[in-house]
Design a protein around this ligand. Structure first.
Ligand code: ANZ
Length: 817
């Protein structure tokens, strides 16, 4: 008989809910544990089986710490602003909030059917004005601190679709939707100055218990480059200078030409008449390429000579000024000095266009041919006048000294990290709380008492066509009269999806607070998050933005920590037939179907049993059925076919006690190390061992249910009720004692070690028998035991023992003649 998950799971879920037993407790005398999941975007397709992987892990940990007597914060909410809902609105005319809340209700009931122990009183949705009130408040704070500003930046503009597109929506220079050409054009956008936190974001990674690979991704994303800015004069032009950023000022004598990004402001001015057409055409072609396409290392180099020359400030050589797409406007100064002898990209370029190559660093390899490839290693400086014979580091120092003294340049640090483009010309996002005058100048941010600035109703969700959001068409929302009767205009851009997710972990702590983002003392108690589980795909988006906002809020004195997530873990993906599960591949599995057929407990235990949490795993229906059989077997061990308890109070043997205490120890350690598959394997060993001795001892089997309950909470709660609780109480009774709130079992260390071992006895190298002796028994004790063994005794008869070799706990060997 398999257990009746269809009845018992909803039954216990209802009792948990009615009694609100997972409500967060906040007894400050107790330790706390904050277990957080990356909240989902509530898509209309609902949960997939990938979601419960991470969610079950945090649920087990939450249930465990709750049983250990901690105050546990385990909340869930919705990352609810997003493009799919907006697209649905454009297609159907239905308000995005309608489809969003429909999906939220579906997600919530799916999650509840998995038996997760969330405190649903803490639920938040980022699209709720009560929530985005404080997202807007944080924006105002950023603005007041000079960390939010408007700037012309290059965006993907699609004239046919009349809208700005995200990078992901552009494929090979064409719009994903409709395949129309997309151009990189400058447009005024809101920006957040995450770059002013670059150093701290880099430095503080060291204090986090995060996967090393994720830290490395963030380090590479922020990437700090220490170098110099150098000014080059232009031949026959006294008014302009070209400033370059270089990490290799030591190679300045080897700079044989210069390259400007095609968007560089000096390009027009420096282009001579004869070069004009070529340069204009090249700039036009470049505007259709993404930065990613442009910087690909192995791609064929292209470029055009401007017709002008710069002067190498060290030796006075006139060097050609080119434009090329491999130099990006958004990095350093948008201009480089090219050193083809020591930079691979410059080398490719020089070879292609026949430009001079001057080697300034010697290779130890006498046969190294600088015409064939760039030499990018360390070495001794040559062909460089006063730098000759120095090594690279010494030369860098000396040249910077020289540049500063002669006002030719300075030391400079550049980050690869860019400021965060923070505006979208969309409807379904948080309105940016800024007021402007009729000329578009910023007057001020909204005051605290004017928030939230809620989204108005609109008749069309389509962008307007001139790069503005649909909000700009709602005149009575945009235009406001101030006290003096002057017209003021509300900003019509909205925030990106990642705004609301950059601080939601703070709001869970105090979700109804109307005075602040959250009560400081409460934030102090709960923060930082002790365990955060979610996908690695958020490594440089959400996880970096959240760290940035937390630091800003910390600096403003409203958040007590400067890092939000102490420990971070990425759950592995679930594959099927070797491929990532996805709707488009048609290989997805719907958790609702699994729950219907096998039950939530089976799904939970199966996903945890598939393998280590962080590894990619393959879905296998037969293993799922195997887990279901294991749970059924547990039930059959406790209950007769007609539902009567099979347990008794007969004393347990030492062996039964031992397997229990070993299991307690193993699970305690494993859960703290997030090693759930090994926990489940240990529970299987427990059941086998105990079944072998036919132990039905109520106490032992009650303790085992407590161990089972974080993994399979419904079954554990049910067997607890039917077999363990002695008082005749019903779950609806006021003082009913749920297993979910019992104390986690403690183990007796002396019962977790084996105090007897079986060792082999050999005579002249031949196995002659086995003896059972106390752990760590001495040689004398072992020999005495061996002499009791009939076979050993018989073999030794008439022989003299010449030598005894004994390895404690392992083997006893006699040499006898
Ligand atoms: C001369 C030089 C000689 C360089 C040499 C490198 C090697 P990282 O380390 O990534 O910071 N660079 C500067 N600005 C650029 C831009 N806007 N677009 C493309 N490349 C740019 O790289 C810094 C180096 O990248 C700089 O140092 C510059 O080339 C180039 F043997 O200057 B170097």
């Amino acid at each position: 008989m398999s257990y009746h998950h269809k009845q018992l799971e909803p039954y216990w879920q209802n009792h948990w809910k009615n009694k609100n037993i997972f409500k967060t407790t906040e007894d400050k005398s107790k330790p706390k544990f904050y277990a957080l999941d990356m909240f989902p975007y509530p898509s209309s397709s609902g949960l997939h089986v990938g979601h419960p992987m991470g969610y079950t892990a945090t649920d087990i940990v939450s249930r465990y710490y709750r049983m250990k007597g901690y105050n546990v914060l385990h909340p869930m909410g919705w990352d609810a602003f997003g493009l799919p809902a907006e697209q649905h609105a454009i297609d159907t005319g239905e308000h995005p909030s309608k489809v969003t809340y429909r999906s939220i209700n579906n997600f919530r009931s799916q999650l509840q059917s998995l038996g997760f122990s969330y405190d649903w009183d803490k639920e938040i949705a980022t699209c709720d004005p009560k929530y985005y009130h404080w997202t807007q408040w944080i924006f105002s704070l950023l603005y007041k601190k000079g960390l939010a500003y408007q700037a012309e930046v290059f965006v993907n503009w699609c004239p046919a679709l009349k809208t700005v597109l995200a990078n992901e929506e552009v494929i090979d220079g064409k719009s994903e939707r409709g395949n129309h050409p997309v151009f990189r054009v400058p447009m005024k956008q809101w920006m957040l100055k995450i770059t002013s936190y670059a150093d701290r974001l880099l430095e503080d990674l060291n204090k986090l218990d995060w996967p090393e690979s994720t830290k490395e991704i963030q380090r590479n994303w922020i990437k700090k480059s220490v170098g110099a800015k150098v000014k080059f004069s232009i031949k026959n032009n006294d008014s302009d200078k070209i400033e370059v950023f270089t990490t290799r000022p030591d190679t300045l004598f080897g700079a044989t030409y210069m390259v400007l990004a095609p968007e560089h402001p000096l390009v027009n001015k420096l282009t001579t008449t004869s070069q004009k057409d070529k340069v204009t055409e090249y700039c036009e072609v470049t505007s259709r390429k993404s930065d990613l396409d442009r910087t690909e290392l192995n791609k064929d180099k292209s470029g055009v000579f401007t017709g002008s020359f710069a002067i190498n400030p060290l030796n006075g050589d006139a060097i050609e000024i080119w434009i090329s797409d491999y130099v990006l406007m958004g990095y350093g100064t948008g201009a480089i000095m090219a050193v083809p002898a020591h930079d691979t990209r410059d080398h490719d370029f020089a070879k292609k266009f026949g430009l001079k190559i001057i080697q300034v660093i010697q290779s130890p390899d006498k046969n190294f041919d600088i015409e064939k490839e760039a030499y990018t290693e360390d070495g001794v400086i040559i062909n460089s006048d006063f730098l000759n014979n120095l090594n690279v580091e010494e030369a860098k120092e000396k040249i910077i000294e020289h540049l500063v003294k002669n006002k030719l340049g300075e030391q400079s640090i550049t980050y690869k990290l860019r400021d965060w483009i923070f505006s979208r010309q969309r409807y379904w996002g948080e309105p940016i709380p800024i007021l402007k005058d009729s000329k578009g100048n910023i007057i001020r941010t909204f005051n605290e008492n004017e928030l939230p600035l809620t989204l108005p109703e609109v008749t069309s969700y389509e962008p307007t066509g001139d790069g503005k959001s649909p909000l700009s068409a709602i005149t009575n929302w945009v235009q406001r009269k101030n006290e003096k009767g002057e017209l003021e205009f509300v900003e019509t851009d909205t925030m990106p999806g990642s705004a609301g997710s950059s601080w939601y972990f703070l709001r869970y702590i105090d979700p109804f607070n109307q005075k602040s983002i959250g009560d400081y003392e409460k934030l102090k108690y709960w923060m930082p998050v002790d365990l955060y589980v979610g996908g690695q795909e958020h490594a440089v988006g959400h996880l970096l933005y959240s760290r940035f906002w937390t630091k800003v809020l910390f600096d403003a004195g409203v958040c007590p920590v400067d890092e939000p997530f102490h420990k971070l873990v990425h759950q592995g993906m679930i594959c099927k037939d070797g491929a990532k599960m996805s709707k488009s591949k048609g290989n997805g599995i719907n958790p609702d179907d699994v729950i219907r057929e096998y039950g939530a407990d089976s799904l939970r235990v199966y996903e945890m049993f598939m393998g280590p949490l962080t590894q990619t795993k393959e879905w296998d229906d037969s293993n799922l059925a195997g887990v279901h059989r294991f749970l059924s077997r547990i039930q059959r061990y406790y209950l007769s076919d007609d539902g009567k308890s099979l347990l008794n109070n007969e004393p347990a043997s030492q062996q039964d006690l031992k397997i229990l205490h070993k299991t307690i120890k193993k699970l305690t350690e494993d859960i703290e190390n997030l090693s759930f598959n090994t926990s489940i394997a240990q529970m299987m060993i427990f059941l086998n061992t105990i079944a072998e001795s036919q132990c039905k001892n109520r106490e032992i089997l009650g303790e085992f249910l407590k161990l089972l309950s974080p993994f399979a909470p419904h079954l554990a709660e049910d067997l607890w009720f039917k077999c363990i609780l002695e008082e005749k109480m019903l779950p609806e009774d006021k003082n009913y004692k749920f297993i979910s709130l019992e104390n986690w079992p403690k183990f007796d260390p002396s019962l977790t070690v084996d105090n007897e071992v079986k060792i082999g006895v050999q005579i002249n190298g031949k196995h002659r028998g086995e003896i059972l002796i106390p752990m760590n028994a001495s040689q004398d004790e072992a020999v005495a035991a061996a002499m009791e063994n009939a076979n050993v005794k018989a073999t030794l008869e008439g022989k003299t023992i010449k030598k005894t070799i004994f390895v404690a706990n392992r083997i006893l060997n006699f040499v006898a003649v």
